[in-house]
Design a protein around this ligand. Structure first.
Ligand code: NZQ
Ligand code: ZN
Length: 398
């Protein structure tokens, strides 16, 4: 295990019926709030009215930025930063999924930055001081509610890139499982796939002696494999929604990642799919992940033992032959996404029918994600091309 530092200042308010705490939770940061939200789900669910009535009971000033889209766009960030400057706001209240919170994080820093907000995405070292962020999370997926990262898209340049900074970690996150009851099936499935992908990206890693982190990761994976399908079948199952929500937070708050070295793979490839085709992040990950797993097994026998550990410890697959167990585990993973979570498991089913951009996206994924460097299995541009190519047809061999 490597040396590490983990400092997570987020005050988590988990559970139902806690929203009354919102005014007291936000008051220490100031009176003038930028309320950020997405395309209207919080209005349909009644959450918007609840939040405003809670804030109106006290003398908060609220300025709104609505319409933050999935795969949040840099223009929303620019608008938010302008509103903060114009109205001299003190704190951001982000209400929604990962896209709303990610955009709010970069807005918080952009308000103090003199240049264009996109600079902060291209170069995270430019992220400095930031407005405090309080959030009410409505979708279990990204882990952004307790981490320093944010992912922003620029449709003009077809780029979707991650940035981050210590100042961007939310100060208070309200995690109420009942607020995720209205998440549609598609987004519930995408969220479960995203949580699993975060765990895979950290678990399939070469650092020795991280048994504790691996055990936590396996426990979180089992939790998602158990509760994802329940949430899909019974959207208002509190236990399933609660387990998914807390799993999403713990999967990407440093608990699993710290103490290791090494980068991520499927996320870098997915970010190119989303940058060019604006597909749902978690769905892209579900499609790519089993193909990437098979690529690892086919090209690097040294990966068999770790995939076999995943098969035995998470799926309970028996057998002495690592490669057999590993390949069964990949098949289980694929079938979980396809059968249990009803995810369309090919690119044409999510609207990517042409292969004309495969080479370009592969080059950019290797470049942006440093995929030929220190990752579980380093990938060349040709390797990424073959993983994306394999995603055009259903998987029949594992
Ligand atoms: O926009 P509204 O109307 O709110 O609708 C949203 C949106 O259409 C809807 N939704 C959210 N909560 C709902 C709901 N609908 C009904 N009821 C609710 N309770 O769901 C749709 C998707 O929302 P979005 O915020 O885009 O989803 P998610 O939370 O999966 O966030 C995805 C974004 O996060 C980034 C992704 O790349 C993507 O841009 N990520 C951020 C990370 C981080 N900061 O650490 C890590 C991740 O790997 C990921 O890359
Ligand atoms: Zn993700």
């Amino acid at each position: 295990m490597e040396n590490f530092r983990l400092q997570i200042p987020t005050d988590i308010r988990f559970g139902k019926d806690r929203l009354e705490e919102l005014p007291d939770a936000i008051a220490p940061f100031g009176k003038k709030i930028l309320l950020t939200y997405g395309g209207g789900s919080i209005k349909q669910s009644g959450l918007y009215d609840r939040v405003l009535s809670l804030l109106n009971e006290r003398d908060f000033t609220v300025v709104e930025l609505s319409g933050i889209a999935p795969n949040p766009k840099i223009d929303s960030v620019r608008q938010g930063a302008a509103l903060i400057r114009q109205h001299e706001l003190d704190v951001i209240l982000a209400v929604g999924g990962g896209s709303v919170i990610d955009a709010s994080k970069v807005i918080a820093a952009a308000a103090f930055y003199d240049g264009d907000a996109w600079d902060l995405v291209l170069d995270s070292s430019k992220v400095g001081k930031a407005l405090p962020i309080v959030d009410i999370l409505t979708l279990a997926a990204t882990g952004t509610e307790m981490n320093r990262g944010a992912v922003i898209s620029n449709p003009e340049t077809n780029e979707k890139l991650g940035t981050g900074g210590w100042e961007l970690i939310p100060r208070v996150s309200f995690l109420d499982p009942t607020l995720t009851y209205t998440v549609p099936r598609w987004q519930t499935a995408a969220g479960a796939a995203d949580i699993l992908s975060h765990l895979f990206e950290q678990y399939f890693n070469r650092t020795e002696g991280v048994d504790l982190q691996d055990n936590i990761a396996e426990g979180l994976m089992k939790t998602v494999f158990k509760h994802g399908p329940i949430a899909l079948q019974t959207p208002d199952d509190y236990t399933a929604r609660a387990n998914l929500l807390w799993a999403s937070t713990l999967a990407l708050n440093g608990l699993v990642e710290r103490g290791r070295q090494g980068g991520w793979t499927c996320h870098a490839i997915e970010h190119e799919l989303s940058a060019f085709y604006d597909i749902t992040h978690g769905i892209g990950l579900a499609i790519l992940t089993p193909r990437w797993m098979k690529h690892c097994l086919d090209t690097d026998a040294s990966t068999h033992a770790k995939f076999a550990a995943y098969g035995r410890n998470v799926w309970g697959i028996n057998g002495d032959n690592d490669e057999d167990v590993a390949r069964q585990a990949v098949e289980r993973t694929y079938q979980f996404f396809k059968e249990d979570m009803a995810i369309p498991m090919t690119l044409p089913e999510v609207g990517i029918v042409s292969k004309e951009l495969v080479s370009r996206m592969s080059e950019l994924a290797v470049h942006h994600g440093d995929l030929s460097g220190n990752v579980f299995v380093p990938l060349s541009v040709q390797d990424v091309e073959s993983i994306i190519e394999a995603s055009f047809a259903p998987m029949t061999a594992f």
